[in-house]
Design a protein around this ligand. Structure first.
Ligand code: SF4
Ligand code: SF4
Length: 427
C-alpha cells in the first residue's frame, strides 16, 4: 500500500515538514531492515509486524483519517502513557494512539524550550512536534498527558502550547485513598472524552470497548506465555514490536494478528522450533519503556547471542498482564473496574514500589531467564533510582543482573555490545 500510493498530499494536509519526514522514514526503514529483516527463523506470522512497520506513518494514518471522514470514528486521541485508559476513547468511537517518541529529532529546537539534561523520550515528543514529522501527533485532535514523572509534567506545560491537551493526575502512592482519587480522575477523563467526541458513554458502548481491549491483552498474554519455552519461539525484538504496535494499530486487526502469532508460536514450541538455538542465554528486560523506533538494546542483546524472553516494562507485560473486570453493568461500575485495572501498573513513579520488584523476580522465574538487564534512559531519575532496588531483588533471588543507562543515539552501541557480550558470557 505504502509503495503504490502517494501519501505526501496527506502529510502536507497535516502540516508536516515533507522533506524532513521523508528523511525520518528513510532512516527508520533502513533500521527496520537491518534489525528485523536480518533475523533468522522468524515465525511466518511476523509478516504482520512488517505490515505494521510499512504502514505506520502512511496507510494507518490514512485509515484513521478516512474513518473520521466517513463518520465511523469521532476523534483521534493521542497519549504518552499506559495509565491513560484506551477503553474510554474507544467507547466514544474515538481512535486511541500512542505517541511513540523513540528517536531524537530537532534537538536544537527542543533545547530552546526544555533543559538539555531531559530524558530522550520527553525530548523526542517535543522534537517530533517542533520538527513536524509525526503524523500521529499532527492528526491527534486531543493529546492526553499525565502527571507521572516531573520531566513529563513540566514538558506538558510546553506541549500544551502546541496541541489541544488534557492532563490526568496520576497518584504516586498505591493505597485505598489514592485509589478513590484515581477513580474520580478516570471519571473526569471520561467526561472530557465524551465532550471532545460529542458522544455519551452508555453501558453497551463501554462494555464493548472493555471486551475488545481485554481481547487484545489476552492475545498478548497468550503470545508472551510461549516465550517461557526453550528454544524461545519468537525474538524479543519481534515481541517488543507487538506491544509497540498495540498502541497504534486497529484493535480487532491487531488482536487477530497476535492470536495468529501466538498459535504459530505454540506450534513451534510443540515442535521444539525456536528463533535461536536451545540453550541460548535468556534475558528478562526491565526498565523504561522502549518507544518506536527505539529497538537498539534488544537488537544489541540478540545480535550478541542472547534472546530476550520477557519485558517488565510499559512496552511489555505492564501493558497486557491485567484485564478489566467485565462484570460491571453500569457505566459507573465499569469506570471503577477500569480504574482498578490501571491502578495495578507499577510505574517507577510510585513509592514504595515493592510489587514491581516481585513482578520482575516472578517473571524471571516463570520465563526461565538466565539474567536481568535493567535499563534506564539517560536523565530518567525514577528508573535510575529504582535500579538499586531491582538489583537487590535480583541478587536476593540469585539472578545475574546488569544495569544500563543509555539514550537514543547510536554512539554507545560499541561499548554496550562489549558489556552485553561480557554479561552473556558470565551467566
Ligand atoms: S513508565 Fe510510567 S510514565 Fe512511562 S508509560 Fe509507564 S506508567 Fe507511564
Ligand atoms: S523515561 Fe523516565 S524521565 Fe523519561 S518520561 Fe519516562 S519516567 Fe519520565
Amino acid at each position: 500500500m505504502a509503495e503504490e500510493f502517494d501519501f505526501h498530499p496527506m502529510w502536507e494536509s497535516l502540516g508536516m515538514n515533507l522533506a524532513d519526514h521523508d528523511m525520518l522514514l528513510g532512516a527508520v526503514g533502513q533500521m527496520y531492515g537491518d534489525m528485523f529483516l536480518t533475523q533468522n527463523n522468524r515465525p511466518k506470522s511476523t509478516s504482520y509486524l512488517d505490515f505494521v512497520a510499512t504502514n505506520i506513518h502512511s496507510g494507518r494514518i490514512k485509515e484513521m483519517l478516512d474513518k473520521k471522514e466517513a463518520g465511523e470514528a469521532t476523534k483521534i486521541v493521542g497519549s504518552f502513557c499506559v495509565y491513560v485508559p484506551e477503553e474510554i476513547v474507544l467507547a466514544c468511537d474515538g481512535i486511541p494512539v500512542g505517541l511513540c517518541s523513540g528517536a531524537d529529532w530537532a534537538t536544537d529546537k527542543v533545547e530552546e524550550h526544555l533543559p538539555r539534561n531531559t530524558c530522550p523520550l520527553i525530548k523526542s515528543f517535543a522534537g517530533f512536534k517542533l520538527g513536524e514529522v509525526c503524523p500521529y501527533i499532527e492528526s491527534s485532535d486531543l493529546v492526553v498527558g499525565e502527571n507521572t514523572c516531573d520531566g513529563k509534567k513540566k514538558a506538558y506545560e510546553f506541549f500544551a502550547t502546541q496541541k489541544n491537551m488534557y492532563v490526568m493526575d496520576i497518584p504516586n502512592v498505591h493505597d485505598e485513598s489514592t485509589l478513590v482519587t484515581w477513580k474520580a480522575e478516570v471519571k473526569k477523563l471520561a467526561a472530557k472524552i465524551e465532550e471532545e467526541c460529542g458522544v455519551t458513554i452508555t453501558p453497551e458502548r463501554l462494555k464493548a470497548a472493555i471486551h475488545a481491549v481485554n481481547g487484545k491483552r489476552r492475545a498478548l498474554q497468550r503470545l508472551a506465555a510461549t516465550r517461557a519455552a526453550d528454544p524461545a519461539p519468537i525474538s524479543g525484538l519481534d515481541s517488543l514490536l507487538t506491544v509497540q504496535a498495540a498502541f497504534m494499530d486497529d484493535t480487532p486487526r491487531l488482536t487477530g494478528a497476535i492470536n495468529e502469532m501466538a498459535a504459530e508460536c505454540e506450534q513451534r514450541v510443540e515442535a521444539g522450533e525456536g528463533v535461536a538455538p536451545k540453550g541460548t542465554k535468556r534475558i528478562l528486560y526491565t526498565g523504561t519503556p522502549m518507544a518506536v523506533p527505539n529497538w537498539k538494546l534488544f537488537n544489541l542483546i540478540e545480535k550478541a547471542g542472547g534472546v530476550v524472553v520477557g519485558e517488565e516494562s510499559c512496552t511489555g507485560s505492564r501493558y497486557y498482564k491485567d484485564l478489566v473486570d467485565e462484570s460491571g453493568e453500569t457505566v459507573d461500575e465499569m469506570l471503577d473496574a477500569i480504574a482498578e485495572r490501571y491502578f495495578k501498573i507499577n510505574c517507577a513513579v510510585f513509592t514504595p514500589n515493592h510489587q514491581r520488584m516481585k513482578d520482575i523476580v516472578q517473571m524471571a522465574k516463570d520465563l526461565h531467564a538466565d539474567g536481568i538487564v535493567d535499563v534506564a534512559l539517560q536523565f530518567c531519575t525514577l528508573y535510575e533510582m529504582e535500579s538499586f532496588a531491582v538489583e537487590k531483588a535480583a541478587e536476593e533471588a540469585g539472578i545475574p543482573f546488569m544495569h544500563i543507562t543509555t539514550d537514543y543515539a547510536g554512539e554507545d552501541a560499541g561499548q554496550l555490545q562489549t558489556r552485553i557480550e561480557a554479561f552473556l558470557e558470565t551467566i
